[in-house]
Design a binder for this molecule. Structure first.
Ligand SMILES: Cc1cc2nc3c(=O)[nH]c(=O)nc-3n(C[C@H](O)[C@H](O)[C@H](O)COP(=O)(O)O)c2cc1C
Length: 196
């Protein structure tokens, strides 16, 4: 459809991929998810619900910092407006979501923030990365405090992520996995039922 200035107007439908990021891992996942879907990718804080409503599916990527899932507001605040759309949410954190305690912490937070609206969303927990050299002073101090806390734990009580955090202190740690992207793209295309 042509608009007044000859610029092509978007037809309703398609997928909008929103993300929040500090260090790029969530953004990178968002961009990789958007590629095969030919979706628009946008920083969540710039997204407007009246525009989002014109899409069939909305994906929201949220990083985890200091035990908190960031950037859930777009889904939390606009759940009613987005009802009936395919809503896919993914978190991006260092800790392993295959671990029951990590998974429970993430899911409890989602339930607390999104309430019943969560039942209509398809949720994935992905793993991110950490590069100490990219951290600002405040983040560096927080990570140092986290690492000091891990060091105080008895060795047998440290999980795999914590052991690696100690080993790589000051360096880099990368758990990002491209394989997770395929499952999300599939969920956007076919919904929850079709996931095998
Ligand atoms: C200060 C700080 C605190 C973090 N806290 C957590 C945490 O509580 N749980 C977790 O799984 N990952 C944590 N991470 C790791 C981030 O989730 C990871 O770096 C992720 O890739 C961040 O996403 P982003 O690159 O899109 O900002 C933390 C990282 C930093 C720098």
């Amino acid at each position: 459809m042509e608009s007044l200035f000859g610029k092509k107007k978007r037809e309703p439908g398609g997928t909008l991929v929103l993300y929040t990021t500090r260090h790029g891992a969530t953004q990178r996942y968002a961009e990789r998810i958007a590629q095969p879907l030919d979706a628009l990718v946008k920083e969540a804080s710039y997204a407007r619900v009246d525009r989002a409503k014109t899409y069939d599916a909305v994906v929201l990527g949220c990083p985890v910092y200091m035990g908190r899932i960031k950037g859930l507001d777009f889904f939390a605040d606009h759940a009613a407006d987005l009802a009936g759309k395919r809503l896919v949410l993914f978190t991006c954190g260092l800790y392993d979501p295959a671990q029951q305690d990590v998974r429970r912490m993430l899911d409890d937070q989602l339930r607390g923030k999104l309430g019943a609206a969560l039942d209509d969303m398809i949720v994935f927990h992905l793993r991110g990365r950490l590069r100490w050299q990219n951290l600002g002073l405040a983040e560096r101090l927080m990570m140092k405090a986290l690492v000091a806390g891990i060091r105080k734990k008895a060795e047998e009580n440290r999980d795999e992520t914590e052991k690696l955090l100690l080993e790589t202190e000051g360096g880099a740690l990368d758990f990002s996995d491209e394989a997770d992207i395929g499952a999300i793209v599939h969920a956007v295309r076919f919904g929850r039922e079709e996931i095998v």
